[in-house]
Design a protein around this ligand. Structure first.
Ligand SMILES: Nc1ncnc2c1ncn2[C@@H]1O[C@H](COP(=O)(O)OP(=O)(O)OP(=O)(O)O)[C@@H](O)[C@H]1O
Length: 371
């Protein structure tokens, strides 16, 4: 804590937020991004500041640790990619750091690069449950600093809960990325590598026609034509506990749900992505909401209290593009509407997933159950 000035050379200052660093002179860089002036490091974020030669900076707040040399494994430097590359690894393996490093390295060489943030549980580009895309021509200290140019709403913070939508979302974002003719598309994948997770990686590889899979510590066997490159996990990865992860998810949510929210009524036939609502709209008779019986065809019915729809996080879509977000306040089956707070009323459809949000505190709450 406090504030101090430091001069160091050919070493790395690992700064843990909340802190502000101000560079006075020298070549100070974060993952290849040259730092000039001030940079703030948010709470629970850690930035490695490398001095290529000598770097003089002052740090206020946070905590710091100094290590000799670089914290970047040497095999990260040997990567030269073009086309589509998925970055995969367990949680806390350093995927986002490697993605940022590769992005900067390629951008600095003049290769226009797009990043697809598919790590929907710990989103950097876009709120939780959204696959975000950003295409850049300049380096960045963190992916959080990038603007979400386009997004695909899946509404789950674990791809295991919505596998089909996740694969469709990554494919859509890859197509969108290629419409901007980048030299490289990096896909930061979720840290799900257990049962089903490897299968998901294979499915995404096939769906998007990946050229490379850069794997941090995962043994993968993929079809021929896809190059698997194994790289090291940095020993400086700082694992995050579940409280820190929740804090960071809520922070990402606030970035995209802040500002004046508009109160609107959405007709149920404009809400997609939830099988209960689709069933009500199509009168399929499989669900009974608040004891209001719908005609049942096959006798098997599932009882659903309508309050479960309150607080569901929604994505707002216009002409197929994600244009905003919202939260359902109240679901009114009798009137066939959902009352919601939204970031814009200029939308055609609302997509529901499983994530639910407290609209006052702007915090995640228990998700919509699997029925
Ligand atoms: N090479 C490195 N040098 C210094 N710090 C690193 C390095 N790699 C990762 N870290 C630190 O470790 C932490 C976790 O890294 P990162 O977010 O990249 O992992 P991840 O695998 O993407 O995590 P998640 O489980 O959230 O998907 C971050 O605070 C990051 O700054």
């Amino acid at each position: 804590m406090g504030s101090f000035t430091l001069n160091f050379s050919n070493g790395t200052l690992i700064v843990e937020g909340p802190a502000t660093i101000t560079v006075a002179s020298g070549q100070c860089e974060v993952l290849g991004y040259p730092v000039n002036g001030s940079l703030s490091v948010e709470r629970f974020r850690v930035l490695p500041i490398f001095a290529r030669g000598s770097c003089t900076l002052s740090v206020s707040g946070g905590s710091v640790r100094y290590v000799d040399g670089s914290t970047i494994p040497s095999d990260w430097d040997e990567l030269n990619l073009e086309g589509i590359a998925l970055i995969v690894g367990d949680i806390d393996s350093g995927k986002t750091t490697l993605t940022t490093y590769l992005l900067n390295k390629h951008v600095i060489r003049g290769l226009s690069t797009c990043v697809i943030d598919a790590d929907v549980g710990q989103s950097s580009i876009g709120p939780p449950g959204v696959i975000g895309l950003s295409c850049v021509g300049l380096p960045t200290p963190t992916l959080e600093d990038l603007h979400m140019m386009s997004g695909f709403f899946i509404g789950c913070n674990s791809p295991s809960q919505c596998i089909g939508r996740f694969i469709g979302g990554v494919s859509t974002m890859v197509r969108e990325a290629f419409s901007r003719t980048p030299g490289l598309v990096l896909v930061d994948m979720p840290g799900w590598v257990g049962d089903g997770g490897i299968e998901l990686i294979r499915n995404v590889v096939d769906a998007v026609g990946a050229d490379y899979v850069v794997s941090i510590g995962i043994n993968l066997r993929l079809r021929s034509g896809v190059k698997v490159i194994n790289v090291s996990r940095s020993k400086y990865v700082r694992p995050r506990d579940s409280d820190e992860r929740r804090f960071l998810r809520n922070q990402a949510l606030r970035r995209y749900l802040s500002g004046e929210l508009v109160n609107v009524n959405i007709e149920l036939n404009k809400i997609i992505g939830n099988s209960v609502i689709e069933c009500i709209v199509n009168n399929c008779g499989h669900y009974v909401i608040d004891n209001v019986a719908k005609v049942t065809r096959h006798g098997s019915v599932v009882k659903v209290p309508s309050r479960l729809f309150n607080n569901v996080f929604i994505g707002l879509v216009r002409r197929g593009f994600l244009v905003g977000f919202g939260v359902i306040k109240e679901f009114n089956l009798k009137e066939g509407i959902a009352n919601a707070l939204v970031t814009t009323d200029y939308f055609e459809e609302a997509v529901m997933g499983r994530l639910r949000v407290d609209p006052e505190k702007l915090e995640e709450i228990e998700p919509f159950p699997l029925l």
